[in-house]
Design a binder for this molecule. Structure first.
Ligand code: IPD
Ligand code: CA
Ligand code: CA
Length: 266
């Protein structure tokens, strides 16, 4: 295993253990609203600090982008992208579905990724060109060949509502032409579940790089396809992502092109 992946796993497990302890004592947790419907707690902040400290101990020169601001940019060609707690709303409500997400980009290319769900003790990991694993067992996207048999994951807009109409059009179409839709509440796990075939595909818009960087690599290494809404690979910048097994990705992309206005598909 590449040393970077090893350290990322160590950091994700430590942060996950901390989140799990907080999750047992939610009534004592300090919570702040960063923006409308965007919460952060002491658990997010402390988990992020643990991840940053772990990475920094081994690689003090690396650049770190982290959601809650504990990272630091350097000139290094190695860059870590961290979401210490993806699924904060679930977490704060005692809904046991959230994860730690850590990605490593080298010279601008996603190279390693880890997503850890401490409640189920499921660790998803991948390195570029090496395939994807869950708890050390190789995973692959599903073999389902038709959209009509596909279970899709998604995320609904809840902070900014400019995208609601286009999003609702896509949701309406998928509601009527798939086997079902799930909105589990963690983009990182939506991608991890796409990678291991629990869902056939996933779409969401207006995300941030730390929500999807690790998951995008894990899906690709599991044989899936990940694109932005214009069919390119600009999803970390645009925040618009679709991921699916190779059989149904085109059908999903067509629906997105038909239902979401071009100005929102950049
Ligand atoms: C959120 C989750 C959610 C997605 C949101 C993200 P957070 O991340 O991934 O599933 O729908 O858009 O912001 O805020 O819990 O880290
Ligand atoms: Ca997130
Ligand atoms: Ca987060």
């Amino acid at each position: 295993m590449h040393p970077y992946l090893n350290i990322a796993i160590e950091a994700a497990r430590k942060a996950g253990a901390l989140l799990e302890r907080y999750f047992q004592n939610l009534d004592r947790l300090q919570v702040e609203e960063k923006a409308h419907n965007d919460f952060v707690s002491e658990a997010d902040r402390r988990a992020e600090q643990i991840i940053v400290d772990t990475l920094h101990k081994y690689y003090p020169e690396h650049s770190i982008i982290a959601e809650e601001g504990h990272g630091r940019r350097t000139r290094s060609e190695v860059e870590w992208i961290i979401d210490p707690l993806d699924g904060t709303t679930n977490f704060l409500h005692g809904f046991p579905h959230f994860a730690v997400s850590i990605a490593c980009r080298i010279k601008g290319r996603l190279s390693h990724g880890v997503i850890y769900d401490p409640i189920r003790d499921e660790l998803f990991a991948a390195s570029r060109g090496e395939g994807a694993r869950m708890n050390n067992v190789r995973i692959r996207v599903s073999e389902v060949r038709h959209l009509s048999h596909a279970l899709l994951a998604t995320g609904v807009p809840y902070r900014e509502f400019d995208y609601v109409d286009g999003y609702m059009n896509s949701l309406r179409y998928f509601m009527m032409h798939t086997a079902g839709i799930r909105r589990p509440g963690s983009a990182a796990l939506d991608l991890a579940y796409t990678a291991c075939g629990r869902v056939e595909g996933y779409w969401e818009l207006n995300l941030r790089p730390w929500d999807i960087a690790a998951g995008a690599l894990i899906v690709r290494e599991a044989g899936g396809i990940v694109t932005d809404f214009a069919g390119g690979d600009n999803y970390l910048k645009s925040g618009n992502i679709l991921a699916a097994n190779p059989h149904i990705i085109r059908e999903i992309a067509k629906v997105i092109a038909k239902t979401i206005p071009e100005s929102q598909r950049k």
